[in-house]
Design a protein around this ligand. Structure first.
Ligand SMILES: Cc1cc2nc3c(=O)[nH]c(=O)nc-3n(C[C@H](O)[C@H](O)[C@H](O)COP(=O)(O)OP(=O)(O)OC[C@H]3O[C@@H](n4cnc5c(N)ncnc54)[C@H](O)[C@@H]3O)c2cc1C
Length: 432
């Protein structure tokens, strides 16, 4: 029996390699070079469509931990990334052409993998893994939508997410409007702070939109900077209206002129998104301008706001923690299509989907990497997220299970989380 893997991106290649390493025959479909998405340029596999950085390589950073876990698990993507690294300080950046070439060679020379250059237009029968990425479109997209009974999201208009512990709680208070509990964190602004903020927001540099992205579709989920450009008071009368908070005061002792609200992103309350702040500002500009919001002076961004085409499943409704469809266990999804965000995260979901497909076919217990590892915390996030609107997520320590006696010092805490995770991966490796 062969497993059909669709898409030879970061997730699909990792999937195919792990299946092949476990003795499973794979038929890997890739539509390039016959057809390319608007972001893909080269003919090689595992193309990095934008930056050549795989981000931090340090264990006090969750993406650094994820990389180390993948290395220990024998990831093809990590091996090729390490072998084709270019100097980038504490980050892991790669020569994107050599990286893609190394992966393409490894996949092409694997006797267990058959490569088919074809655009897949419907979900295949039998065991299959769909890893066609955030730009999945056309007939395949329609066939997934038909199967799931819902349309996939086409545009990612996400607001930034910050860690709770990085907020200055002397400037922030917990309350919901009109005494309806204390679910939100609120950042009251003085008149002066508001107008300074609006000036910087409207003049800040935005990221270029790719040619395939039609700006008009963003009307329904307007970037905060676009809204601010419609008039100095638009935000003060809109998402920042300071109503429903009796007795609250800004730093000048007066009633706030505007209030920025932060909404819980997870059950534990370790992460918050900035309500209404979907944005297309460049990442450093988000840090600078949103850092002007009282309480966010030193905010740690675990995810920046982004606006680009991004098809992804409402995975918590459909996927198990093994990345298989609950209603059809021989069908798996992997990569950014599942709601993980980023190159390494996509590869990690490819690894988890691949190993669990292999074990499913071999009649073995599937692997729950648990929320105590980075790879497992992403799998749990996409299959179990129960907050507001489900949005793609980069790996971060906030989605991992916290330590019982966590050190107060953040650096030590992150290292301790990493140490625990790597011990678990070591145990899993021994059991394989
Ligand atoms: C414009 C843009 C910029 C981005 N920049 C970054 C960044 O700088 N850093 C970062 O970490 N992440 C970035 N991302 C997110 C990035 O896409 C993912 O992190 C990663 O590439 C997703 O991996 P994937 O394997 O899920 O999909 P992809 O890498 O997109 O791979 C999907 C593969 O499937 C193939 N395919 C698609 N449809 C079919 C079909 N019907 N039949 C056969 N083959 C098919 C495609 O040709 C492609 O090779 C960006 C995304 C976009 C859209």
């Amino acid at each position: 029996m062969k497993v059909n893997v669709i898409g030879a991106g970061l997730a699909g290649c990792e999937c195919a390699a792990v299946l092949a390493n476990n003795g499973i025959k794979v038929r890997l479909f890739e539509m390039k070079p016959l057809r390319r998405s608007p972001a893909h340029r080269s003919d090689g596999f595992a193309e990095l469509v934008c930056s050549n950085s795989l981000r931090s390589d340090k264990l006090d950073n969750a993406v650094g931990l994820l990389k180390q876990e993948l290395r220990m698990l024998g990831s093809l993507i990590m091996r090729c990334a390490d072998e084709n690294a270019v100097p980038a300080g504490g980050a892991l950046a790669v020569d994107r052409e050599l990286f893609s070439k190394a992966i393409t060679n490894a996949i092409e020379s694997d006797p267990n993998i058959e490569i088919v250059h074809e655009q897949v237009t419907s979900i295949p029968e039998g065991p299959a893994i769909i890893a066609t990425g955030p730009l999945t479109d056309g007939a395949l997209l329609e066939s997934i939508e038909e199967l799931l009974g819902e349309s996939l999201h086409f545009f990612d208009a996400a607001a930034p997410i910050v860690t709770a512990e990085s907020l200055n709680m002397e400037r922030v208070f917990a309350a919901s409007r009109y005494d309806r509990g204390s679910d939100y964190l609120n950042c009251p602004m003085t008149r002066l702070e508001y107008f300074k903020f609006i000036r910087e927001l409207t003049e800040a540099e935005t990221a270029p939109l790719h040619e395939f992205e039609n700006v008009s579709v963003f009307e329904g989920c307007m970037p905060v900077e676009t809204m601010a450009k419609r008039g100095d008071l638009t935000l003060a009368y809109g998402p920042l209206k300071p109503v429903g908070f009796e007795g609250c005061r800004a730093s000048d002792g007066k009633k706030p002129f505007a209030i920025v609200q932060l909404r819980k992103e997870n059950r534990e309350g370790t992460l918050y998104n900035i309500v209404g702040f979907q944005t297309n500002l460049k990442f450093p500009e988000q840090r600078r301008v949103f850092g002007m919001i009282p309480g966010l002076e030193n905010a740690e961004f675990v995810r920046y706001g982004v606006m680009h085409r991004n098809s992804f499943l409402q995975s918590p409704k459909h996927l198990s923690k093994y990345y298989s469809l609950r209603s059809r266990p021989e069908l798996f999804f992997a990569g950014q299509l599942t709601g993980v965000e980023g190159y390494v995260e996509s590869a990690s979901s490819g690894f988890a989907a691949g190993i669990n497909m292999a074990r499913y076919l071999q009649g073995k217990d599937q692997i729950d990497f648990t929320r105590r590892t980075a790879i497992g915390s992403l799998a749990h996030y996409v299959s179990e997220y129960n907050g507001g609107s489900f949005q793609p997520m980069n790996v971060n320590f906030g989605i991992m299970e916290s330590l019982p006696d966590a050190p107060r010092d953040k650096f030590k805490r992150f290292l301790a989380l990493s140490e625990r995770a790597l011990c678990i991966i070591d145990d899993i490796n021994k059991s394989l």
